[in-house]
Design a protein around this ligand. Structure first.
Ligand SMILES: Cc1cc2nc3c(=O)[nH]c(=O)nc-3n(C[C@H](O)[C@H](O)[C@H](O)COP(=O)(O)OP(=O)(O)OC[C@H]3O[C@@H](n4cnc5c(N)ncnc54)[C@H](O)[C@@H]3O)c2cc1C
Length: 303
């Protein structure tokens, strides 16, 4: 706790001690973060990172927690999110600058209102711009990285870096940002299109999401990446008889088997058990190694 006394003094933003991570994840699951931090701005963040480096505190960056499985034991060290404070968004013709805490949905709505096309099929993907870039969020044929021009980053060693999009490798739900890099902001280049055309694509994406996903329950979206080849992860899980399978209050959705849902007070351990059994059974039957899309945080195996 002593290490945190000075942190309280130097931080202008909000510090929450032993903050339940279930309040900050779409699963509604997760034990306490030792310190959950909402930095006021990038200067504040820089001071916090310098202090963490001096005191050897571990630092974890998150967005809005819509792709995270946080352990029941929580997370030691600092958990830092831009979600409530890095909210600036600016348009200059077809270029958009957005800070990392802007919600993807807000970027989509504001862009499409200006008749700018590119991101409209991402309507309904929860999360922040920072999280969307790290995950290379995509839906209905479009990925956020397709429209990125540059990103500003601050590293845990305090260095500020600007990277052009072509200096980052993006692939399916993956990017080459490193764990010690915090995305501050990004610039996107969109193009003009007719309102009808944009609205049509947005509507198809929205309807597709509503019919294919179990949106009534808390989840983190797809648990596994779809493996290369012909089969979707959900199909494989269904084929091994696990669709609808339940452990405690966690269930492999009976609507979409690659969504695991929380029916109330499910534990991270329950979701983790569902992950393990799905991986095992799919490997036994198909010799396919399912790879996680969801990011586990605070589990010992992760280290
Ligand atoms: C109902 C539902 C539907 C979904 N549908 C889709 C879909 O169609 N397509 C899709 O791609 N995803 C989908 N997802 C998953 C999720 O919405 C995306 O992965 C989203 O981009 C995660 O954003 P986030 O801000 O919540 O990031 P988080 O979940 O908080 O973090 C994700 C990763 O990004 C890192 N990170 C976050 N912010 C920063 C930052 N500023 N700097 C550095 N690192 C950072 C974290 O360390 C973590 O590794 C869905 C999720 C749900 C719950």
């Amino acid at each position: 706790m002593n290490a945190f006394k000075k942190l309280i003094k130097i931080t202008k933003g909000t510090l929450l001690f032993e903050e339940p991570m279930r309040k900050h994840t779409s699963y509604g699951i997760g034990g306490p973060a030792e310190v959950y931090i909402i930095p006021q701005d990038s200067d504040d963040l820089l001071r916090i990172l310098n202090y963490a480096k001096e005191k050897l505190l571990s630092v974890h960056f998150i967005g809005s927690g819509s792709n995270l499985l946080v352990s029941d034991d929580g997370i030691r060290g600092l958990v830092i999110s831009p979600k409530k404070s890095f909210k600036e968004i600016k348009f200059n013709n077809n270029l958009v600058f957005a800070e990392s805490g802007v919600m993807l949905g807000s970027l989509v709505r504001k862009s499409t209102k200006r008749n700018l096309t590119g991101l409209e099929t991402l309507i309904g993907v929860p999360g922040t711009i920072g999280g969307a870039l790290v995950m290379n969020a995509g839906a209905f044929g479009s990925e956020i990285s397709n429209y990125l021009t540059s990103v500003s980053i601050i590293r845990t060693d305090g260095r500020l870096i600007k990277r052009r999009a072509n200096q980052i490798d993006f692939s399916y739900r993956n990017s080459t940002f490193e764990k010690d890099e915090f995305i501050l902001s990004a610039t996107f280049e969109l193009s003009e299109a007719s309102k009808d055309n944009i609205n049509e694509k947005k509507e198809i994406a929205s309807q597709g999401r509503k019919t294919s996903q179990p949106l009534k329950y808390r989840s983190a979206g797809s648990v596994f990446k779809n493996p290369n080849g012909n089969f979707a992860a959900g199909y494989l899980i269904e084929q091994v008889g696990l669709k609808g399978y339940k452990i405690g209050n966690a269930q492999i959705s009976d609507h979409h088997a690659n969504f695991f849902v929380n029916h109330g007070n499910a534990r991270a351990d329950d979701i983790m058990s569902l992950i393990k059994i799905s991986k095992e059974k799919v490997f036994q039957k198909f010799n396919i190694n399912l790879e996680l899309e969801v990011k586990p945080l605070g589990f010992s195996e992760e280290e």
